[in-house]
Design a protein around this ligand. Structure first.
Ligand code: URA
Length: 258
């Protein structure tokens, strides 16, 4: 069927969508994911004419953080934790994401890296740190003989990409923390490396990466090293020297405790 739109109208419409924030085309026809929820139940057929229809009971408000705690605690191993996250219905980020991004690398490795959230490439592939920041991270790890193929495990605070790579909301982080803590418990690394402020907020409850970086802290029973996020280092290469010092610190600690 030939389009009824002329070239200039189609171009204007496309530009308008880009202005609204569209960054890519996913499929031919738009999908309103909010409409994919199951339809609301119909009013009871039995109500007699003249009588007020029965008032449906109010759904109990759900505390997403308590729900996350319950579900995370019930997961006995990493695959079931992944399944619990995949079925978690209280985080709207899931609606806009293509894939759940759970982890990569070697579960049980001594070093577990915690990033912020998937970006575009991670969302497409369902693996953390595979875009430009991930390539930077791989180079940083390789400089101290670490690699996701051998001896590092990677995850993010958020398993779904925030649209437009916007900053995660505090409530989104809060409801993912129980899953992250359980993730750490099940992967049982010796050391956690926190990339950037979002993971510092989630794990240490504080931000201020320029102050925190390079200083060992303790969380969830483990030594924790905050570092500049590789995406930040790509934008601010002048801070690579500090990141190198932090990598050497991690290497020394790995060598000292083996
Ligand atoms: N940045 C992150 O924090 N995590 C990723 O997986 C990719 C980019």
């Amino acid at each position: 069927m030939e389009s009824a739109l002329d070239y200039w109208s189609a171009k204007a419409l496309l530009e308008w969508q880009v202005e609204l924030g569209a960054t890519e085309t996913l499929c031919e026809a738009p999908v309103n994911r909010y409409e994919l929820a199951p339809p609301a139940p119909k009013a009871a057929e039995s109500s007699k004419p003249g009588r007020a229809p029965p008032v449906p009971p109010k759904p109990k408000p759900v505390d997403p953080v308590a729900e996350a705690r319950k579900q995370a605690k019930a997961a006995p191993e990493l695959p079931s934790l992944r399944a619990a996250l995949a079925g978690f219905r209280h985080c709207d980020l899931k609606m806009g994401a293509r894939n759940l991004v759970f982890s990569d690398g070697q579960p049980g490795a001594r070093v577990m890296v915690i990033g912020e959230a998937p970006g575009r490439e991670e969302d497409q592939q369902g693996r953390p740190f595979v875009g430009p920041a991930g390539q930077m991270l791989d180079r940083m790890l390789a400089a101290i003989d670490l690699s996701r193929d051998k001896n590092v495990y990677l995850t993010n605070v958020l398993p779904w990409r925030p649209q437009q790579n916007r900053d995660p909301l505090p409530e989104e982080v809060a409801m993912m923390v129980p899953f992250l803590e359980r993730h750490v418990g099940l992967a049982h690394p010796d050391f956690l490396v926190l990339m950037g402020n979002v993971s510092c907020q989630a794990v240490l409850g504080k931000t201020g990466i320029s102050r925190l970086r390079g200083q060992w802290a303790q969380a969830w029973g483990k030594p924790v090293l905050p570092m500049f996020h590789p995406a930040y280092l790509l934008r601010q290469p002048g801070h690579k020297r500090a990141a190198w010092a932090d990598l050497l610190e991690l290497k020394a600690r790995l060598g000292a405790v083996s």
